[in-house]
Design a protein around this ligand. Structure first.
Ligand SMILES: Nc1ncnc2c1ncn2[C@@H]1O[C@H](COP(=O)(O)OP(=O)(O)OP(=O)(O)O)[C@@H](O)[C@H]1O
Ligand SMILES: [Mg+2]
Length: 138
């Protein structure tokens, strides 16, 4: 018998992210605890510089915390190697960016024979068609 999947998809405990800027440390996140249930829709809000993008980067496995535990679908991804993290990203994470972040129109027209480029621009078009331009993202 297969055990039922937990209702929790994302669980963070004591997440910290520190950036080193020369002799200074920037404490972008200090001890974030967060639980997100499977199927939930959430918005992360806060003033500029409060750490939204830093948190989203960690949540999306683009970056890792300096300290703390991040369980994604029950697996601690806070300390994975870059290759393992890329694998998790490829299997579990989808990004919808505010801007295309794929190919500029100029680049697309220059590389119009490239199949993967055409696919990428089609995904970008489909993405923007589904989301209003005014959507707020971190
Ligand atoms: N790569 C970096 N190197 C150094 N400091 C950084 C870096 N990225 C972010 N920070 C700092 O970390 C803090 C949090 O930044 P972050 O970009 O996560 O905030 P934000 O809430 O997304 O802000 P905004 O609403 O302006 O996008 C800020 O003080 C920022 O200056
Ligand atoms: Mg931001």
């Amino acid at each position: 018998m297969v055990a039922p999947a937990s209702s929790t998809l994302i669980e963070m405990h004591g997440i910290e992210r520190t950036y080193i800027m020369g002799d200074n440390k920037v404490y972008a996140l200090r001890g974030v605890d967060l639980t997100i249930e499977r199927g939930a829709s959430i918005a992360i809000m806060g003033q500029s510089g409060s750490g939204k993008s830093t948190l989203m980067n960690i949540m999306g496995c683009l970056d890792q915390p300096t300290k703390g535990k991040y369980l994604l679908n029950g697996r601690n991804v806070a300390t994975l190697s870059k290759a393992a993290l890329a694998d998790v990203r490829g299997r579990m994470i989808g990004f919808v960016f505010q801007s295309f972040n794929l190919l500029s129109r100029t680049a697309r027209s220059r590389t119009s024979r490239c199949r993967s480029c055409i696919r990428a621009s089609a995904v970008a078009r489909a993405t923007t068609a589904r989301w209003p331009r005014s959507s707020a993202w971190a």
